[in-house]
Design a protein around this ligand. Structure first.
Ligand code: DC
Length: 221
């Protein structure tokens, strides 16, 4: 099986780009952030604090996560309920970032991610795919863009969905999550030494997709 690992900070366009490249190549696209988000959502639903390792760890045995693809679109089921929409709420983003810093959470999700890659040709996006989850991935890409650019794109998406967040709020969220994701002790966000860097600050979507597809083609040759 062939694995392509795409890591990078939130809002760099990873999911949009990875989904489209996967479609073109006929690979399965796996958005691993959805797994951390689902755990964050569960913790919030139980009125527990996502920052408290002990509270979160206690809940893990109650959590059953399933990823499946419907019409090529990834759906995530939390204890049998489709939560694919709900996990995109801003408060769930923050909870996901908090729970992802706890080692038992990362351990809990490790086997699931590796199994998906063992069974399918995958493009997997996340923060630690090339460094921890799939260190032997055939292709590794580190996709990034300036915080301002990423916040602007995210703000536009939220506006289209009718949310009233201001650009400044979104930028503050992006910066806070960047900080959390890159400063946590376990599996912090960082570029694998053998990953190719793609900076999309100045690239539009089409150019970013083409660049990623070109890198994959070069590595598979
Ligand atoms: O990619 P995303 O924004 O949906 O991810 C949500 C959070 O989950 C993010 O703040 C960091 C965490 N995450 C992680 O730690 N490791 C991954 N492989 C994917 C996401």
């Amino acid at each position: 099986m062939i694995a392509v690992a795409i890591d990078g900070p939130s809002g760099a366009g990873k999911s949009t780009i990875a989904r489209e490249v996967a479609r073109r190549l006929g690979y399965l696209y796996i958005d691993t952030g959805a797994l951390y988000r689902s755990i964050g959502l569960y913790v919030l639903r139980q009125n527990q604090d996502p920052h408290l390792a002990e509270q979160v760890e206690k809940l893990l045995p109650e959590i059953d996560l399933t990823l499946c693809h419907e019409d090529g679109v990834q759906q995530v089921y939390l204890n049998g309920q489709n939560v694919s929409e709900e996990i995109r709420l801003p408060e769930v983003s923050m909870a996901a970032s908090a729970v992802s810093a706890h080692p038992p959470v990362r351990q809990f999700l490790l086997a699931l991610q590796r199994r998906l890659a063992a069974e399918n040709n995958v493009i997997m996006d996340g923060r630690d795919i090339g460094t921890v989850i799939l260190p032997d991935a055939k292709v590794k890409i580190f996709l990034t863009a300036s915080a301002q650019r990423r916040a602007f794109r995210r703000w536009q998406e939220l506006k289209e969905k009718g949310a009233s967040d201001t650009y400044e709020q979104v930028l503050a969220d992006v910066e806070q999550r960047d900080y959390n994701d890159s400063h946590r002790e376990i599996a912090p966000l960082r570029q694998a030494p053998d990953a190719v860097l793609v900076d999309t600050t100045q690239l539009d979507l089409e150019a970013s997709i083409d660049r990623v597809q070109q890198i994959i083609a070069e590595h598979l040759d």
